[in-house]
Design a protein around this ligand. Structure first.
Ligand SMILES: Nc1ncnc2c1ncn2[C@@H]1O[C@H](COP(=O)(O)OP(=O)(O)OP(=O)(O)O)[C@@H](O)[C@H]1O
Ligand SMILES: [Mg+2]
Length: 329
């Protein structure tokens, strides 16, 4: 515990983590239901506010920053309003956006959650509207992304690959990330919504249970976990499973099941996986073993699901949650 504390307090600060991936604008459009429309049998939502927050790889970057690390986002936004809103939100979160590419041909991937409420009642999500960028980036844009990665390679303490299927993670850049990680002996941590099995040889992967089942079949169990880890050529496979916590598979230890922490009633589970990969990668970059890094990532996930909207976690919150767990035992 003492060493875990030390690693969080001293080890995270200034660790340079490249996040190669799909930068998404998570938008929350809130309004009040005023009356029923005369045009159609629907409610009319009177707009109150629209908030844009870093989503997907951008959320992983924001979490690295909130934990004291130095994120280096390698990805693309479109030359549009949502791209500006997203980089503004990242900047407010303490992320330096100078490595982000603005691509005139691209649309900033934006996920709009429409939240409807009434006076004195909590807002509820009614629908989500997605504006999808990708899936293909031009050859020129991909080359620029590779160059951005190469330019920072020598300075990195870890690399995160966060692939949501919108084009920023392509085979060549993954291979480049893997070479850098091998050459410099730094961890490479992978998340891929649809193409996990295409990316072999990361240090670790952090799929959710559904993503793992898409490869190994339904009813995921420890045998599947062990064989998936081998198939992905990873030293560690960390399978997250929402309020059931997570399971860790490594070559040299028995499977390890980690119970979720915190309240059984989450406030908003959006982006918990991004917080997990950010915390796990920072843990590994600070010299933690896989089990310790997974333990703190589990706490980090449990903390952000108690916050509204896409959210970040701080080292202080992490320490409080770890202390509470120790006190409870
Ligand atoms: N309801 C919850 N209570 C406590 N912890 C939770 C809850 N939901 C998620 N977590 C924590 O967050 C981790 C990641 O959650 P989850 O498995 O939902 O990720 P995900 O599906 O990849 O999410 P994302 O939407 O970000 O892709 C879990 O392993 C757990 O540690
Ligand atoms: Mg996920």
């Amino acid at each position: 515990m003492t060493t875990l504390r030390e690693a969080i307090v001293n080890g995270f600060t200034g660790k340079r983590i490249a996040i190669i991936g799909d930068l998404v604008a998570d938008q929350f459009l809130g309004g009040t239901i005023s009356r029923v429309s005369r045009e159609a049998p629907v409610f009319i939502l009177r707009h109150d506010e629209t908030v844009t927050l870093p989503g997907a790889a951008a959320n992983a970057a924001a979490n690295v920053a909130s934990l004291g690390g130095t994120p280096i986002p390698i990805g693309v936004v479109g030359s549009d309003d949502n791209g500006t809103r997203l980089t503004d939100a990242l900047t407010r979160s303490g992320v330096d956006c100078s490595t982000i590419l603005t691509d005139r041909a691209a649309t900033t991937t934006t996920k709009v959650r429409v939240l409807a409420g009434q006076h004195y009642a909590a807002r509820q999500q009614v629908i989500r509207i997605d504006y999808e960028g990708g899936p293909e980036l031009s050859l020129e844009t991909r080359k620029k992304l590779s160059l951005s990665l190469a330019a920072v390679a020598d300075t990195l303490d870890a690399i995160i690959v966060s692939d949501y299927g919108y084009g920023a993670v392509f085979d060549e850049i993954f291979a480049e990330a893997r070479s850098i990680a091998q050459l410099r002996s730094i961890p490479l941590v992978l998340d891929s919504r649809y193409r996990l099995s295409s990316f072999v040889g990361a240090t670790a992967a952090t799929p959710n249970c559904e993503e793992a089942e898409n490869i190994v079949g339904k009813n995921f169990n420890d045998n599947n976990g062990a064989s998936l880890r081998e198939r992905l050529g990873c030293e560690a496979l960390l399978v997250t499973n929402g309020n059931k916590g997570m399971s860790l598979y490594t070559s040299d230890a028995e499977p390890r099941h980690i119970d979720a922490v915190g309240s059984p009633e989450p406030v908003d589970v959006t982006g918990a996986g991004d917080t997990v990969i950010a915390t796990f990668a920072l843990g590994l970059a600070s010299g933690m073993n896989f089990a310790d890094a997974a333990t703190i990532a589990n706490h980090a996930g449990g903390i952000v699901v108690m916050k509204k909207r896409t959210a970040t976690v701080t080292s202080a919150e992490l320490l409080t949650s770890l202390d509470a767990a120790v006190a409870a035992h």
